[in-house]
Design a binder for this molecule. Structure first.
Ligand SMILES: C[S@@+](CC[C@H](N)C(=O)[O-])C[C@H]1O[C@@H](n2cnc3c(N)ncnc32)[C@H](O)[C@@H]1O
Length: 182
């Protein structure tokens, strides 16, 4: 079990064919492809990234696997422009930088917070948001240090926030956070 398999298991339990999904950080496209496979032809996946290298990598992976998604070269904080309120079943964030890419471009607390706020408005009641916090190395600790206390104060009458710690891992283990909209 690692952060990725933990989150993927939660996603598989939560959505199926026909799901409306957003991948807030497309990167190399592995999560986008995973969501496309679950949502199937009757569902939809919209994926954001600020780097054209990430969008093109995602496009190539989807084409290789015969999948399709709406790919948006823009910051995820603008996701409200691409979906109706309360219309989305699942939103995934994988924070940090593009693997095998430019490590100086990584997610930042200010825009991540705006994107999470926007995403929570887009989620249906009963919807799930998965935020995997990758930190340390070139992206540092700032985002994680600001995000965890902010997530902790989300209204508990509207959201259930579950953070998981790989507690005895030695070096900066990613922190998967599941946010269920009640
Ligand atoms: C850890 S990677 C995502 C990995 C991806 N889920 C995958 O399966 O390959 C993080 C990505 O977030 C992107 N990113 C950084 N800031 C962003 C922002 N404000 N909006 C959207 N994407 C952003 C980076 O360009 C990078 O590709």
């Amino acid at each position: 079990m690692n952060a990725l398999t933990y989150v993927h298991e939660a996603i598989k339990r939560h959505i199926g064919e026909g799901a409306v999904c957003i991948d807030a950080t497309a990167g190399r496209g592995y999560d986008t492809a995973f969501l496309c496979e679950i949502a199937g032809k009757s569902g939809s996946v919209t994926a954001f990234d600020v780097q054209s290298e990430a969008i093109e990598s995602t496009r190539a992976l989807l084409s290789e696997r015969g999948l399709s998604a709406r790919l948006i070269l823009s910051s995820h904080e603008h996701m409200e422009e691409y979906a109706e309120g309360e219309s989305v079943d699942l939103i995934v964030f994988n924070l940090g930088y593009l693997p095998r890419g430019d490590h100086s471009v990584y997610t930042r607390f200010d825009s991540t917070k705006k994107a999470i706020e926007a995403g929570l408005g887009l989620l249906k009641s009963g919807g799930l948001m998965c935020v995997s916090i990758y930190y340390g190395g070139d992206s540092g600790y700032e985002e994680k240090e600001a995000l965890l206390p902010w997530l902790k104060q989300l209204d508990d009458s509207r959201y259930q926030v579950l953070a998981t710690f790989f507690y005895n891992w030695k070096k900066d283990p990613p922190i998967p956070v599941l946010i269920y909209k009640l």
